[in-house]
Ligand binder design. Structure first.
Ligand code: DC
Length: 235
């Protein structure tokens, strides 16, 4: 997997990158993964890296206002990705499968708080860039097109109304047999949006050369088709 590759590829700017940025619950992870599968490209879920660091900080009781301690975790946490038998990708922390733990709202909330520290973002920058490997990469997150891969050939900014994002998250949790309250999910989403859009460092914002897609009234398949149509033209 790219995370275990040492050093950067030669001339990474020649490797095609597609970035999919957007707020929490906009569906960017699902879209980015399907586009990557379709093109045979690598896939980077950058939010998973922030979530693993958040989980490591909760496990080690590193305070979310301790940038040095958090940056150390971000630089050194033993993170790995492994393909599972059913074709999914599992996230490993110290060899232990933490994929399910990462989806917990408390971990997402902590990730959004630790992501406000420049030292944490710097520590994760090089780890993220190692995913840029032939034949290409699809990366999803908040600052993929603005900071991490500014040379990306296609930059998507995916939005959806907060209400529909809360509904989608509610459905996902119920399907997984977890309990969820839609009002609570909506206020969590609004709070996280506020932090992600308004933080001083690498805030969530559309890159100037990005293409905005509002997925409120679109299916996953329709959004994937739009991105693949762009890929046909630009790659
Ligand atoms: O995409 P996600 O919900 O898994 O991300 C969790 C948090 O991590 C998100 O609220 C903000 C942070 N994050 C970030 O700051 N930059 C990224 N590229 C990805 C995630």
């Amino acid at each position: 997997m790219p995370e275990s590759v040492t050093g950067n590829s030669p001339e990474p700017e020649k490797i095609p990158v597609i970035t999919v940025d957007g707020p929490s619950g906009s569906g960017k992870g699902t879209i980015a993964r399907r586009v990557a599968d379709h093109l045979g490209f690598h896939f980077l879920d950058s939010g998973a890296l922030y979530r693993v660091v958040a989980l490591a900080s909760l496990n080690t009781r590193t305070a979310d206002d301790d940038p040095e301690g958090l940056a150390r975790l971000a630089a050194t946490a033993p993170i790995d990705f492994a393909h599972t038998d059913n074709g999914d990708v599992a996230v490993l922390l110290g060899g232990q499968d933490v994929t399910q733990q990462l989806r917990a709202e408390a971990v997402g909330d902590c990730a959004s708080r630790i992501a406000t520290h420049a030292a944490v973002r710097d520590a994760l920058l090089q780890r993220q860039r190692r995913w840029c490997q032939p034949p290409g990469l699809v990366a999803d997150g908040r600052d993929m097109g603005t900071v991490v891969f500014p040379h990306a050939v296609i930059k998507i900014f995916l939005t959806a109304s907060a209400e529909i994002r809360a509904e989608r998250r509610h459905k996902q949790l119920i399907e997984k047999g977890m309990s969820a309250n839609i009002g609570g999910l909506l206020s969590d989403i609004l709070e996280r949006d506020d932090r992600d859009y308004n933080r001083k460092i690498a805030p969530l914002k559309a890159a100037e050369d990005s293409i905005e897609i509002d997925s409120t009234a679109l299916s996953v398949a329709q959004v994937v088709t739009k991105v693949l149509d762009l890929a046909t033209i630009r790659l």
